[in-house]
Design a protein around this ligand. Structure first.
Ligand code: AMP
Length: 587
């Protein structure tokens, strides 16, 4: 194992946050959060946004897009504010995102005293009224609720300097197009407009043309394999919620039993936290990040070399100069913010013809980023199920068996013969062997073995490109068609909020079209829309029938879902959309 600094070439070093022109208060906040360097989208977006340009950016969750627009917005806040009306409005598709984005503003802008308010449907309007009345600088809102407040005169857009449309494709999918148009009509013409979208279908292009002025365009490279980088690495990903990540990491490490592993985190803060957690769980983990002195880093590497540590938890920056020969596993604790960073990380294993393993723990909402990485690297990342407690037990027994076999083949067992002979006077030889295996097995178990908990599996909606982590409903139904084969999805612009249930959709379809209930596949009900899977051959009839009928007394927009009919993919946020299988329909 050796640690060789990479040849230093300052001119090609990626720019630091300080090089992007951010003010000291923001730099201090970023440093306190343990962000070591800007992500690619931040590098490209921050300077033009600081300069007041409009921007059209393709970026999915996980790329660091929130900071990319929030930091320039905070920096551009006017110093003396005459009134209390907001100077920036960020529109987002969901309440979860509204809360997340406001929290991000608070984190980055805590030394600037910026007043940020999330407003979304479902929250008591009175509280929002009082907060708006007291004066705010930035409003982060879902379009529907923003429009409510505009209509009441409680949200006044006359002072707006910047409007951000975040996850614009998602907002259009949720039927917010008209609301957004109406909101933008109330905003001053002289303003900065920023649009982020994970996909760039033509509707987004149209929106950008209508509302952005000479925008800077930042698009993620598509389908351009990273040249010359194809290490022999088995690549897999696990979908897991944030709360279960430490347990999932432990489980995966137990099952994989790496020789030595490096776990990549996004920030120093996370490195420290995870190192502590993993040590608490009985792993020998060492932290490595850019905030450590050279001496501290050398000590860590020494412990790894000496074999007194088996897990290195690091940021990209800290790991840049490292070359750890025995490394068998690279783990991405979060999805990296750009495909290039992924390639860089996994390039640390699979060297010199040895097989390496790269594992990514992704939150369901980061699923799209995995797809982007697959596309850019031209390599497949299989989405596996997190090993269950039963898988883990089986694997541990396998390891014990392998260790015993090795011992039988290699070790000098003579010193123990007397014990076996003496016990065999009293017990059957098989029983003696069983007791010995049990002791050997228990000796390998970590202290926490009895407390193993199942880690919940989370699903992602299948996209056109693959169906990770998803079991086709047809497989379970016997006689049913596996999902996707010859089927398409129909989008219906009414969902849970309109009280729509699966049976309402089935009723409308079978009542209007003569299509049998058996032919209808999975039904997903989201807040504002639903998706119904039907055989391609009857899709047009289903669409015509649904358009002609009413659902829950209302007319709905009905069309083919663009996921299954060309024109890009859509992220499935497991939190928000509820998937229903056919169990409700069985007799
Ligand atoms: P986003 O794509 O905006 O949802 O951000 C994804 C995650 O990355 C969030 O948890 C951020 O806190 C984190 N993050 C954003 N920028 C950076 C950075 N430059 N360094 C480390 N973490 C970051």
């Amino acid at each position: 194992m050796s640690s060789t600094p990479e040849p230093s070439a300052p001119s090609t070093d990626p720019p630091a946050f300080a090089d992007l022109g951010l003010r000291p208060e923001l730099l201090a906040a970023l440093s306190a959060l343990g962000y070591e360097e800007p992500t690619p989208i931040q590098r490209e977006a921050i300077p033009p946004l600081l300069g007041g340009r409009d921007l059209l950016g393709q970026a999915a969750t996980g790329t660091g897009k929130t900071a990319a627009f929030a930091l320039p917005l905070l920096q551009r806040m006017p110093d003396d504010r005459p009134g209390g009306d907001p100077v920036a409005l960020v529109l987002v598709p969901t309440r979860e995102l509204a809360v997340q984005v406001s929290e991000a503003f608070h984190r980055y802008g805590k030394d600037l005293g910026t007043r940020v308010l999330p407003i979304y449907g479902g929250q008591p309007i009175g509280r929002q009224l009082r907060a708006l009345d007291a004066g705010v600088d930035v409003v982060v809102a879902t379009p529907g609720r923003a429009l409510d407040h505009i209509a009441r005169g409680t949200l006044r857009l006359g002072d707006l300097g910047t409007v951000v449309l975040d996850e614009a494709d998602e907002m259009l999918d949720m039927g917010f197009a008209e609301d957004i148009e109406a909101i933008l009509e109330h905003a001053p013409e002289q303003r900065q407009t920023v649009l982020f979208s994970a996909t760039m279908p033509s509707r987004i292009d149209g929106m950008a043309r209508a509302h952005l002025t000479d925008p800077v365009r930042i698009l993620i490279a598509r389908e351009q394999p990273v040249a010359g980088e194809a290490p022999r690495v088995r690549q897999s990903a696990y979908l897991v919620s944030r709360a279960h990540k430490p347990a999932a990491l432990g489980r995966v490490l137990d099952v994989e039993s790496p020789t030595a592993a490096i776990v990549f985190c996004r920030s120093r803060e996370e490195v420290d936290r995870l190192t502590e957690t993993m040590n608490g769980r009985g792993y020998r983990a060492e932290a490595l990040h850019g905030g450590m002195s050279q001496e501290q880093r050398d000590r860590v590497m020494g412990r790894l070399r000496a074999g007194t540590a088996d897990l290195l938890v690091a940021t990209d920056v800290a790991a840049r100069g490292l070359d750890v020969e025995q490394l068998s596993h690279v783990v991405n604790y979060d999805v990296p913010s750009a495909p290039e960073s992924y390639v860089h990380r996994i390039g640390r294993v699979g060297r010199a013809g040895r097989e390496g393993v790269a594992i990514t723990l992704a939150e369901p909402r980061e699923h799209r980023m995995l797809k982007t990485i697959e596309r850019v690297t031209g390599q497949r990342i299989t989405v596996d199920k997190i090993p269950t407690v039963a898988d883990l037990r089986t694997r541990r027994l396998e390891l014990t068996q392998a260790a015993l076999r090795e011992s039988l083949l290699e070790d000098d067992l003579e010193p123990f013969r007397a014990i076996v002979e003496s016990l065999s006077d009293e017990f059957d030889l098989m029983e003696v062997a069983l007791a010995a295996v049990r002791l050997a097995h228990e000796a390998t178990l970590p202290g926490t073995a009895d407390e193993e908990e199942e880690i919940p599996q989370v699903a992602v909606r299948p996209t056109r490109e693959g169906r990770p982590g998803y079991e086709g409903r047809g497989d379970r139904r016997g006689g049913g068609r596996p999902r996707g084969a010859g089927t398409t999805q129909v989008f219906v612009g009414l969902g849970r909020r309109a009280g729509v249930r699966p049976q309402d959709l089935v009723g409308a379809i079978t009542g209007e079209t003569g299509v049998s209930g058996r032919d209808i596949g999975s039904i997903e009900i989201a807040d504002r829309f639903s998706l119904v899977e039907v055989p391609v051959g009857v899709a047009d009839a289903v669409i015509a029938g649904l358009r002609a009928s009413t659902i829950k007394g209302r007319k709905a927009t009905v069309r083919r879902d663009r996921d299954t009919d060309g024109g890009g993919e859509r992220r499935y946020d497991g939190d928000r959309r509820e998937r229903r299988d056919r169990s409700w329909q069985r007799p």
